[in-house]
Each structure stands twice: as C-alpha cells, then as structure tokens.
Design a protein around this ligand. Sequence first.
Ligand SMILES: *Cc1c(COP(=O)(O)O)cnc(C)c1O
Length: 404
Amino acid sequence: MIQYAPAESNQEKTHVQPTDDSATHFNTRAVHAGMEPDPATGAVITPIYQTSTYAQTGINEHRGYDYARSDNPTRTALQTALAALEGGRFGLAFASGMAAIDTLLRLVAPGQRVVCGNDLYGGTFRLFDKVLAITGVRFTFVDTSDTAAVAAELAREPARLVWLESPTNPTLRLADIAAISAAAHAAGAQVAVDNTFASPALQQPLALGADFAVHSTTKYIAGHSDVVGGAIVTNDAAAYDRLKFLQNAVGAVPGPMDCFLTLRGIRTLGLRLRAHCDNAAAVARFLEDHPAVAEVIYPGLESHPQYDLARRQMSGPGGMVSFTLRGGEAAARAVALRTRLFTLAESLGGVESLIELPAAMTHASVGGAEALAAGFAVPAGLVRLSVGIEHAADLIADLRRALL
Ligand SMILES: *Cc1c(COP(=O)(O)O)cnc(C)c1O
C-alpha cells in the first residue's frame, strides 16, 4: 500500500494550535486562517496593499503600520496563515526560501556550530558553504537519515542548531524529526526543519518537537509556479522577536502581490497535496514495474528504506519521485528531453508536472571537493520528478513514451 492515513486524521493528531475553535482541521485552517474581512471595506479577500508607507495621525501615532518593510497588511494575513498551517504561534514571510534560511541562520553566532544533513538542497549547501562559513559559522555535514550519527555528532561537540531536510532533495531520504529533536534538545541545540518537500499538509515539524519549520513557499505552499517566497514558523517567542527584528533589519521581505499570490495558493494546499500524492504513487508504481528503470525512490513504496518512518511522521508520501535508469546518465538525459507533459525545468511543487536532472541542474552548485568531502553525492543519472495534479493516466502515458 502506498497511501498513508487520510490527511484529516493525521491533522487531528498533530495540530498544535488551531487559529480558533471552529478551525480545527487542516483544510479549514488553510481556507480561513488570516482571512479577516478587510477592516476598511469588508472585502472578504485581503487586498493587495500596494503601498510603501502609511499616513500617521501624529508623530509616531499610526494604526499598526508605518513603513512596508516593517509590516504590510497583506503580509500580516499571509504570516497568520503560515503559522496556522504549521500549527505554530508565529509566522514570518520572506522574499524567498533562501532569504528565510539566511535570516534564521543569523541566530547562529560566528564560532557556533550547525550540524546539518549531507544531501541538502543545493542552494542551502551553497549558502552554508560559500556565504555563511566565511562569516565564521561552522557547519558539520552528517547523514541525517542516521539518527545515531546525528546524536554521536552532538555528543562529540556542542552545536547551536541542527538543520534538517525531510524528505531530502533529491534523494528523498528522511530524518526522524522527533528522535533528532529530543537528542538535540538534550544536547542544548535547537532544531530547524526545511519542510518544503512535505509541505505542512503532510508533515508538521513543530508538533514532532522541532523549534522552527522553514519553507520555500515558492513550491507547494504557493503551488502554482508563479511566485518566489519563503517562511519561518516557530513557537519560540524569544526567537520570534529576534527573527521579526531581523526581517525588518535585514529587509528580505516579500512584496504585497507575492503575499497575495501565496495566500491564494494556500487555500487549496490540502486538496492539491492529496492529488500530488495520488499521482506520485501511481507514477512510482509504474516506474517500479518498468524494465528500463533501475531504482525508484519514493517514500510511499515499501522498497523505500524508511517506509515505516514515513508512515509514522507524514500523513502522505508527497509528490516527488526520483529514479535511475539501467542505461545510466545517457538514458536519464534522453528521458528528460523526451517527455512532453513533464516540462524540463527546475523547481517543484506546482500544479504542473516537471522533470529534471539534479546533478546537472538544481544541484550543480553541489559539486567540487568541499561537497564531496562533506559526503554529498547526487548521482549523475538520477532523474527527479515533481508530479503535478494532471490526470495520472496522461502522466504515465507521457513517461511510457519517453522511456521507450
Ligand atoms: C527551492 C528550495 C529552497 C530555496 O527556496 P527559494 O524560494 O528558491 O529561495 C530551499 N529548500 C528547498 C528544499 C527547496 O526546494
């Protein structure tokens, strides 16, 4: 069986804080969170407050908004919704996923250490290795699918932060968020989870014990490949105060139109993830049976080494599928050029299906000696699919034709 528990039952189990008593289920929160009728006009949908500044009634007397880098009502609505999706108290929106990650990493002082996974998103590895490392923040890369290895690393030397991705991009390995959070807290470290691949519809890191859920909202949360954005959600009031300060002080904020588009995507997040999971499961099964395919990596297949953990920690296996071909890299390149419904493109999590070769595309920045020394290995012949919400039969027909 590929499907897990229905999303609703998992959400009952894991949600921490509904926004109010009537919004206890995920899909209800996704539709209603942050959606107060506009105080000025009663508009049901929060308007795009396309303004940089706000009139003040006296010196420093205003209605909660003075300058749009600091706050904007469209962003406030989005931040309320983001917090509600992750079952957290505080949400912050950023101009991109990388901006969110960079802002969070400013909680780590020069000299302090971050223990992080060794198959991170390529852009995250580049930020850590090429930008933040030269400021004196230290990074130790470990296989975060191995809980004992993470615990041993924390016992060897203290760390300020443990940085997890689960599932990882593109090899779809899982980290045991609850077990690693317990070990990290015992060692005095906080835990951040990049929850982009699962989305809050399928996995809720804060309920599992993590301190921060981080997103590229560009992907599933916005969901329509038409906006770039990022988010941090936390229950830690002191960390939130500092991050809110940094959001304004550093200034990597999203514009009101971006916030509006992301909010619009959020309304259908639960519905879309059901469709992504159903289609990805069908595609994964098809690939597993195809003679040209060597290996399929999908957390919903019993052949996935962490199938049991996936069932425990996620309410569905997600929309991402990776595979290798018997014909190796040359065959992988040929398939990626032959599909028609699967568009050859970077990114993921939109309604339309995409295909790419991570080693040559999204993870090209994960090359060279430093990456290899850290244990990074993105196989050259790996194909990554972001399975969209088209009809599964059409997607499978497209792959069947491309695999010939
Ligand atoms: C895309 C992505 C990011 C970076 O987000 P941007 O919105 O592109 O800046 C970070 N983490 C993961 C897992 C991603 O897929």
